[in-house]
Ligand binder design. Structure first.
Ligand code: MN
Ligand code: MN
Length: 278
């Protein structure tokens, strides 16, 4: 009996160690990018065409057919995804995952608009494989973004996020998107581009939830969890501004978008986290 007991202990210890070292946490198919919640209850029903869920190994998003952009894109980030040496694929293209009979924005539709083809899930967050980097260039992950915003505080926050994850000790759930209509590009103010097919958002926002590396992520979110939320105007002239000058609360973004972020986190914890400015 005694020997059997020790054998059992040894086998279960080996099993547990293996489970902890398992790399399914960084394998595209093993990730739930919306583990913390689906803020707009996006779904794959074709009638839900302004809140249509598209799930990819690299990120998930809610697509707005009328606006020609995502409402939000959500993705998991850990250093391994962003520390590869795959370069920008630059293959902006229509998203093949859109329903067949829908108008699909293609890679040239922003030409001459004065707005950048701004990534929501950044190319720089997916540099571990060519397929993963290429996935970020589908036009459902792209928004008409004021160049000074995209190349200023927006990219600075992207780089800050990758930097805090660089030592491999933390992981993040990120969700970003748009609200409002009308922005200022390098050729002036516009509400739509591409002959009205694409709505220019007035604001771009992002929420970053940072956790120590581990498993059962949603259960580990507590009132001390770091949550960074920003709300930036989609305008020119802000290139030199710090991303920190756009910090806000998740509650503020919920009021502006009508979404419920972090909805899989217990309400008592949401109440604390969503009222705090980082
Ligand atoms: Mn960008
Ligand atoms: Mn919430």
């Amino acid at each position: 009996m005694q020997n059997k007991y020790y054998l059992y202990l040894i086998i279960s210890t080996i099993f547990l160690l293996n489970a902890c070292n398992s790399d399914d946490e960084v394998s595209p198919s093993g990730i739930n990018h919306i583990e913390l919640g689906n803020p707009s209850n996006a779904n794959t029903n074709l009638n839900a065409d302004d809140n249509f869920l598209i799930e990819k190994p690299q990120f998930e998003l809610s697509y707005n057919h009328s606006k020609g952009t995502a409402n939000w894109v959500s993705w998991y980030l850990v250093n391994e995804w962003a520390s590869g040496n795959v370069g920008r694929q630059d293959n902006f293209r229509a998203d093949p995952d859109l329903p067949e009979n829908w108008h699909a924005v293609d890679g040239n539709d922003y030409s001459g608009s004065g707005f950048d083809r701004g990534h929501v899930c950044p190319s720089g967050d997916r540099t571990n494989t060519t397929a993963n980097n290429s996935a970020t260039f589908v036009m459902t992950n792209i928004i008409p973004q004021a160049p000074d915003n995209n190349r200023g505080p927006w990219v600075d926050l992207e780089e800050f996020t990758r930097r805090i994850l660089r030592d491999g000790k933390q992981e993040a759930y990120i969700i970003a998107g748009v609200y409002g209509e009308g922005g200022e590009g390098s050729s002036g103010n516009l509400t739509t581009i591409d002959r009205g097919n694409i709505t220019v958002p007035s604001h771009v926002w992002k929420i970053i939830v940072v956790l120590p590396r581990g498993r059962n992520d949603v259960n580990r979110v507590n009132t001390d969890t770091r949550v960074i939320a920003v709300d930036m105007p989609n305008i020119q002239g802000i290139g030199g501004n710090s991303w920190r000058s756009y910090l806000t609360t998740v509650d503020d973004l919920e009021a502006k978008t009508g979404y419920d972020f972090l909805s899989n986190v217990p309400v008592a914890i949401q109440d604390v986290l969503e009222a705090r400015v980082d």
